[in-house]
Design a protein around this ligand. Structure first.
Ligand code: SF4
Length: 215
């Protein structure tokens, strides 16, 4: 992300943090991925079980999964079982019972609404109910002005890029646009709009990083 863009986001971030606090989140802003990673690792206590939702930001952007394992925590990561459908589903089903659930965010509005789209449902479930502690992480390339823009970004950018990455046989991989398909390989089904922190989650961190991360 260029210096001017970073300066732009820096000026907007106080409003975003304020809106997130009003919605009962615990938001934190970091200039660098390294600072954010250090903070996230500090929020995970020894003995905590950790679930990691599907997220390029957490894996390619931060490389945080191995670091959590290195701390000695049990991690449930379904991306390590991509070629084992039964085990993959088992790992995803563990996510709702973990102590700490980590997730990316597909879009965040300037007034603090979080939007996520999911195919299996484990990620949107973990962001709503189950884990007592949630840590949602996003680069500021996901920041948009309105809920309409957030949904547009999520369906026509994040989902399409993820379909291309996963090499599925869906129309969007060819056209670059979502057509609300009926493909058997469709990757998106559940759209979660978090208007505020849900009451089932005790502590919900939103970690904002002044970098371009994920889709
Ligand atoms: S509904 Fe189908 S076309 Fe639209 S993003 Fe999802 S997989 Fe692609």
């Amino acid at each position: 992300m260029k210096g001017i863009e970073k300066a732009y986001f820096r000026r907007n971030i106080p409003r975003v943090l304020d809106e997130l606090r009003k919605k009962q989140y615990d938001p934190h802003f970091f200039e660098t991925i390294a600072e954010a990673k250090h903070f996230i690792l500090d929020q995970i206590s020894s003995g905590d079980t950790v679930g990691v939702g599907g997220s390029i930001t957490l894996r390619e952007g931060m490389g945080i999964v191995e670091e959590i394992r290195n701390k000695g925590n049990k991690v449930y990561d379904h991306w390590e079982a991509d070629d084992e459908p039964v085990r993959r589903l088992e790992l995803k089903r563990k996510h709702r019972g973990v102590d700490v659930f980590l997730s990316g965010i597909n879009a965040i509005t300037i007034d603090g609404i979080l939007v996520n789209l999911d195919g299996g449902g484990n990620r949107v479930a973990g962001l709503c109910s189950g884990p007592p502690k949630v840590i949602a992480v996003t680069g500021l390339n996901k920041l948009v002005d309105s809920l309409d823009e957030a949904i547009e970004r999520t369906r026509n950018k994040a989902a399409v890029l993820n379909a291309i990455r996963r090499k599925v046989k869906t129309p969007c991989v060819k056209t670059g646009r979502c057509s609300d398909c009926n493909s058997s390989e469709r990757i998106c089904a559940a759209l979660l709009i978090l208007l505020k922190k849900t009451s089932d989650i005790d502590h919900f961190f939103v970690v904002l990083i002044n970098e371009e991360m994920g889709y």
